[in-house]
Design a protein around this ligand. Structure first.
Ligand SMILES: Cc1cc2nc3c(=O)[nH]c(=O)nc-3n(C[C@H](O)[C@H](O)[C@H](O)COP(=O)(O)O)c2cc1C
Length: 176
């Protein structure tokens, strides 16, 4: 059975991106799902001096091992000021010091959502542009606008958007 890592680029305990990623992963068939939380991987802020003095921290290595051991990834990015949330940028920077191709060519369903109508489209576009150079293999993509109008009780409530999400999830299913 394929194993898929599911996580959000957020450290919010109530992360709407974690909710979206978890729902999307529930639509996968015959897949073992492992939902991760960045709060379980605390790290110092990346800095070259910290790295030179202490090396790459264990929690960054743990996360890299999880990526290496997975068959696929469902990632939903939170948008802070048009870009990655600091916690996500930080773990990514640490992981990139182990191997620049952080995503190891694992098939990825890339998601984003926000309370606004653009649904995190800034961070979503950044990731789409950069990930091919960072070992990313985006096989499906979906951005959910206006989260609180379109998501309730763990599910996408807008029928049309839900159908689009399902078709993107299917692309990951087929790539596993
Ligand atoms: C510092 C900060 C900056 C934000 N900037 C944006 C933004 O640029 N675009 C946006 O759509 N939402 C923005 N938001 C709102 C987030 O989308 C919202 O907090 C969302 O819940 C974040 O996702 P999460 O719940 O998965 O952490 C911002 C929130 C914070 C705290």
């Amino acid at each position: 059975m394929s194993k898929v890592l599911v996580f959000a680029g957020s450290n919010s305990k109530a992360s709407i991106n974690k909710q979206l990623a978890t729902y999307a992963s529930s639509l996968l068939k015959n897949t073992e799902i492992e939902v991760l939380d960045l709060n379980d991987f605390p790290l110092p802020i990346y800095g070259i001096d910290t790295e030179n003095e202490f090396g790459v921290p264990k929690n960054a290595r743990r996360f890299v091992s999880l990526i290496e051991g997975a068959d696929g990834i469902v990632l939903s990015l939170a948008e802070h000021n048009g870009s990655y949330a600091a916690v996500f940028k930080n773990i990514f920077d640490w992981m990139s010091r182990i191997e620049a191709k952080v995503w190891r060519n694992k098939p990825m369903l890339l998601l984003s959502t926000s309370p606004g109508v653009r649904g995190g489209s800034g961070v979503f576009a950044s990731a789409k542009m950069a990930y091919p150079y960072q070992g990313g293999n985006i096989v499906g993509e979906f951005s959910l606008p206006s989260f609180f109008d379109n998501f309730r009780d763990g599910k996408v409530t807008n029928g049309e958007l839900n159908e689009i999400l399902k078709s993107e999830v299917l692309k990951l299913d087929r790539a596993l």
